[in-house]
Design a binder for this molecule. Structure first.
Ligand SMILES: [Zn+2]
Ligand SMILES: [Zn+2]
Length: 163
């Protein structure tokens, strides 16, 4: 037992993940030392790199909390442990259990719902709402989302007045 007395390079998350994943899968890659295990080890390390990169991207986006896409709403979703009832749209983000049913709910006629989707038109992509609304040409990143948020704020106000 002399090898372990010398200082070792700090292993970090990558090594830890690779070993944990290999063990979980029943692989002996990190328990055997023979050179024939170098390839399996490198495969597990590559998977660990992918996982670490995904975690970094997640971190760079800020926190694991996401706000409801309705600007006046303060509800937050913990994307690590999603609460029931939250909905998600790739065009505009997350909607809380209050606003989701109201705007994306089960009205039979899609025109009574406000489900956004990007559509290709001759001049590029355009954010359209299932109710028939259309964002028109957009000028910057997220412009369509901002316009759609303004559109549904008006719709919510109309619903409230009607109720
Ligand atoms: Zn909300
Ligand atoms: Zn709409």
């Amino acid at each position: 037992m002399t090898a372990q007395t010398a200082p070792q390079p700090a292993e970090g998350l990558r090594q830890h993940l690779a070993e944990a994943m290999a063990q979980e899968a029943g692989s002996l890659a990190f328990r055997k030392t023979g050179t024939e295990w170098e390839h399996p080890r490198s495969v597990w390390l590559a998977r660990a790199d992918a996982a670490v990169n995904a975690l970094h991207r997640w971190e760079q986006q800020g926190t694991i909390f996401r706000m409801c896409t309705i600007p006046s709403c303060l509800r937050e979703l913990n994307i690590a442990q999603p609460e029931r009832g939250w909905l998600q749209s790739s065009s505009v983000g997350y909607m809380c259990p209050d606003h989701g049913p109201l705007l994306w709910g089960d009205a039979d006629d899609p025109r009574d719902r406000h489900v956004p989707a990007w559509r290709q038109v001759s001049t590029g992509a355009r954010l359209c709402c299932s109710c028939g609304w259309d964002a028109g040409p957009t000028l910057f990143r997220n412009h369509g989302t901002v316009l759609w948020q303004a559109h549904v704020l008006v719709m919510l106000e109309t619903m409230e007045t009607a109720a």
